[in-house]
Structures are given as C-alpha cells and as structure tokens.
Design a protein around this ligand. Sequence first.
Ligand code: CAA
Length: 684
Amino acid sequence: MTNLLTYQVYEGVAVVSIDSPPVNALGIDVRQSIVEGFEQASTNADVHAIILACSGRTFFAGADIREFGTPAKPPILPEVIALIESSPKLTIAALHGTPLGGGLETALACHYRIAIAGTRMGLPEVKLGLLPGAGGTQKLPRLVGVPAALEIITSGRQIKASEALELGIIDRVCAGDDLLAEAINYARELVDQNAPRTLVLERNEKTAEHQGQTEIYDTFRAKNARRFRGFKSVENIIKAVQLAADLPYVQGLKRERELFTELQQSRDSLAQRHVFFAERESSKVPDIPKTTPVRPLQTVGIIGAGTMGGGIAMNFLNAGIPVTLLEQKQEALDQGIDVIRNNYQRSVKAGRMTKEVLEARLGLINPSLNYADLSSVDLIIEAVFETMEIKKAVFSSIDAVAKQGCILASNTSYLDLNEIASATSRPQDVIGLHFFSPANVMNLLEVVRGEHSDSDVINSGMRLAKTIGKTPVLSRVGWGFIANRVMKVRSFQTDNLILQGINPEIIDKVIYDYGFAMGPVAMKDLVGLDVLGRESKERTVESVLVEMERLGQKKNGGYYDYDQNRQKTLSAIAMEVIRNIAQEKGIEPVAADEEEILARLLYPIINEGAKVLDEGIALRSSDIDIACIKGYNWPVYKGGPMFWANSIGLKKVLEKLREFEQRFGSAFTPSPYLVRLVKDGKEF
Ligand code: CAA
C-alpha cells in the first residue's frame, strides 16, 4: 500500500481516501493509490459501496500539471477512471475544496456525488490551453445538457455546490460539516434503497435533443467570437462537446483524447502552463520567507479620488475593507465618489450586483478633506499627480499623521520611490503599490521594494494583493518599474514606424493579429493624445494633433476618425500631420513587411526585459511575463514576452536586434545580458 492511501471499511462501506498535499493532484502515485484502494474494495465481498474521498484541503484538483510533457506512466488517468467505472460496487465521490479538471472527471466516474457546501468544482483546462481529456467533454453534456456544458467548459469557471446540485453534476449537498460521516450515511441509504447504478457515460437523455444539430455550436461560436479569439483550445472543446451529442460514448471518448493530445503538444498550451506556474511563482520572494509577519489590514486610506485613486479604492471596497478617501476639495471628492457609484451602477444594470451590495460598498467609504482622518488606518496609498514635489509633500503630510506601523504606499508609475520615502521619517514603512489602469479591473499589482522597505512591509504588500484579487509582482526601484518600462519601448517604436511611413492601420493589425485586443495606435487614441504627450516639449505628431484639438476617441478623433458607433477610419488629417513631421525631421520612408513590423515592435520589449533582469529590477523573467500579461493584456497563449522569446530562440532575437541596430540605431542595441545568454546557449 502506498502511504498516500488510507483504506477503511465501515460496516459494508469502504472509504478510499487519498492524501497528497498540497492539492491532491492526480500524479502517478495518486493514481496508483486510487487503483490500490479500488482493487481492495471491489474484491471484498463484505463491501457494498465505495466512497472515494481526499483528505487535506481539496478533493483532487486535477491532473498533475507538472507531469505534462513527460512520458505518461501507467496507469494513466483514463485507465483509473475506467477501473472505477468497472467496479461491481456502488460508488460515491465525496467532494470538498476544488475538484477541478481530472479531479471532477474522476468524480464523474462514480455513480453518485456528494459535496460539502463551499465546494467549487469545474473543468478549467481551457485556462491551460487544453480540454478535459479524461471524459469530461463527453460526460458533462450528459449531465447538464449541451448549452450548459459548452458554457462551463469553455469558460473553465468554478461552480458552487448549490449550482452543481441544480445542474445535476452532484446528487447531494452535505448538510453539516462532517463530509465523511454524511457520505457514509448516504452510501448506506443508497444501498438500502437498491438505488440504480447508472454511470454518467450510459446516460443520454440530456444530449439527445441536440443530436445531429450544428446550429447551436455555430451560434455559440459567433456569440463569443471576441472572447474566444486566438484560443485554439476553445475550438477543440466545442468539437468535443458536439461529439458527446452525436456519437456513442466510446467513440466520443476516443476523439476527445485525440483532440486533447493535439492541444497538449501545442505551443499555446505550453505557454499557458508556463503562465499557470509563473503566476504562482511571482508571489514568492526568495529572501523573505512565508513565515515573515504580515501587518494588519483592517482599514485603508487613499489620497486622491481621481481615476486612479477611485479605482484603487474599489478593490478594497470589493474586499469589504473600509476606505478613507481623501481629497483637497469637496467638489473633487464628490466627483470621485460619483465615478465609483457609476462604476458599481453599471454592474447592477448588468445584473452582476444587487443594489444592496452597491450601497454596502459605498457605505464603506469615509470621505475626508483632512489628513488627520488618516491617523488610525493600517495602510495609506497615495494616488496623486505624478510629480516628485507633490508626492514628497503628500508623504511628509502622511508622516505627520499616520500611526506607528502604518504602511505608507505610493502608486507612482515612474518616480524614484526612495526619494519619495526620504520625505518621511520612516522609509522602512514605505513601499510602492503600483496599480494598472483601470485599477479596479487590471489584475497586476507591482509591489515596489524601496532601498529601506522592511521585510514585513514587503510581505504585507504581496499578501494584500491576494486579498484584493490581484497578482503581485515584486519590483526594485527603477524608472517605470517593470511593465511600464518594458512596454514603453513599443510605444516609442510605434512612433518611429509611423514616421517612417508605415501605415498606422497595418501597425495596429500586426499587434491585433498577434493577439492583443487593440493595436498601439488605436490604444493611443483611447488613452487620449493629450495625456500621452504631456511631458514632451518636442513638436511631435501627437502634439500637433492636440493643438488641432484632436485628442483621440474622447474628442474629434486622433490618428483615426470615429463615427457614432466608434467605428474607426484612418484620418486623412492625421496622415497629413505625419507626413509633415517626418519631413521636418528629415525621416526617410522605410519599407517593412508584417513580420518585420512585429519584430520591430516586440523584440525591443524582450531586450528591455533582459535589461530589467540584468539590473535586478525584476526577480525572474517569468515575473516580466506576468507583469505584461496582467498589466497590459499580453496574449496569455504567447506566455508573455520572455517566454515567447525563448520559443522563438534567443539567438534569432539577438540577430534581429543587431540588424535593427545597424539600420535604425541604438534603441535596438542588445542588452549585454541577452548577448551572454546566447553565448552560453541559455534561455531566460
Ligand atoms: N498540478 C500540479 N500542481 C498543482 C496543481 C496541479 N493540477 N494545482 C495546484 N498545484 C500546485 C501549485 O503550483 C502550488 O504549488 P506551489 O505551492 O509550489 O507554488 C500549490 O499546488 C498550491 O496551489 P495554489 O497556490 O494555486 O493554491 P490555491 O489554494 O490558491 O488554489 C487550486 C488551489 C484552485 C487547486 C489552484 O491551484 C488551481 O486552479 N489549480 C489548477 C487546477 C487545474 O487546472 N486542474 C486541471 C488540470 S488539467 C487536467 O486535469 C487535464 C485532464 O483533464 C486530464
């Protein structure tokens, strides 16, 4: 017997319980243990029912993702599932925690399922660029019908026990908190009633109505086209669900495996699996152990109720944490709170929030015009205008009122945090908490480590990110920190390409086709040309467009003209301005195909990432990937710039950068770190 298995028989009910921390992932040892348990129970004449359960924090949370890409060791999961299904006994899965992916598929092999309240189950493989490859696409439609299965598997969302019961995924929700005791009682009840032992794979009453239909899938594709764009796994999932309705189970299962294998070997899935682990890695700080204390976080003060401050506040309100929101003038304060209210109102209108919740969240705001009101909060976040003098003045005022032990955070995007901290008498309590716009939506939080920041302050910053549902990435102090710094070079190259006569529409197309939601030129128009060019003293395309009152989408159009439906067409006026500025600056037109445009826009990001690593600003290359994915919506199936660079081959990236350096100058000069990696035959 492996030491992961506990096997016990309680008056005719065998309990096969597995314990493999942290999440009972279905690795080889776990699979072997299930087989051992089932073999024992199935051959014991005194056993009438078998309960499959897990100890620890969750029922199996899926296949062991670390095993993907390594040779499969038998028994593979489909074999384990087939063994459970062939058991002559009545079988029940007892669920708690997060039965996900292969975990839920294992549960679907049992005749019945009971779950404790609070269980959240699902088939999240789409998030790893995969599909449920152990029968999930064939079984879920048999339980919940085709439309619900399409929605659940393509979204990968977690389903609460109560909804799972309604949908028919589980048969009972455990009333108390002793899952095992209730599962045993349930098993006895079922045995006593001689309850039917129908396997999910034998059922087809829910799929019959869609057999032979194609329209439902086409409609589903069309309705979600925008959301699904670029994700190859979604198409395979839709195909597999269709097979569940159209084919006998065994044939459908065989095709599901083929569709799964195709995805498992794809570069996209490799990238998404990289992102899965990168996201978990980014919250770890090597020199700050998890046991480092965390400072309390019961109340927060936010200085500045503008777009950023308001967005930041919403994160804490959503987490039930009261916010003292400070402004200089009543009018600005009222306006800021109105914006927050309107944002929530939109959620209410869309049915995602009740009016009561809206009022409860707004009720957590304590509006203030007085720094003294910040004297009792645990954390103060400054989100005021981005100039050093103002930031220092604000920090000096905070220092005068904040209680001992309060964390003092700046949301600065580019400024030197150490200089800001020097305006206080307690630089050890100062960190950067850099949110990305819109702050209530974007998932990235850069936690900036100042020269003097205490370990517990940094640890608290990393933890609070989790509290408000963000992914933290640690950054040292440096201009633009991580995400803004590396992405800024794309903006710079966009301007160069435009002036060299490359059509802005082509630039946008290249970036859109790569997988971003929007190209960089359209993005400029969205952000506002007046906002972008604020610091520039030079005469640029944007400064001229702003002089002409062309501010972008918000006023008169920018690079593009916009109709009432926000449909855009390239502006003849903007093209004229581009030609004039190029002439003034003596810039000659350059021809470039789409591949070259892409390389000119994105390879400098890789290069800048190499510099960020070399300077020790980021801890690891995967943190840069996470920063770009979570802060700038870099397509997740490319794995972020650094992973993408590895998949292209660093040698090729370096050669291209050298070629561009020759043709266009020092903006492309390769980072010495990149050069070293290539020389040593290494990757990021
Ligand atoms: N395989 C291997 N390791 C896993 C894992 C998995 N399926 N799921 C989680 N882990 C590891 C994490 O990497 C992490 O390790 P470290 O502590 O070393 O960083 C640890 O378990 C804890 O994970 P989290 O930090 O994410 O803990 P959490 O409590 O926040 O979340 C969870 C737990 C909801 C299970 C989350 O980890 C998760 O979503 N896991 C992935 C679930 C999943 O995608 N399952 C499907 C797998 S694919 C599949 O099953 C294919 C198939 O059909 C055969």
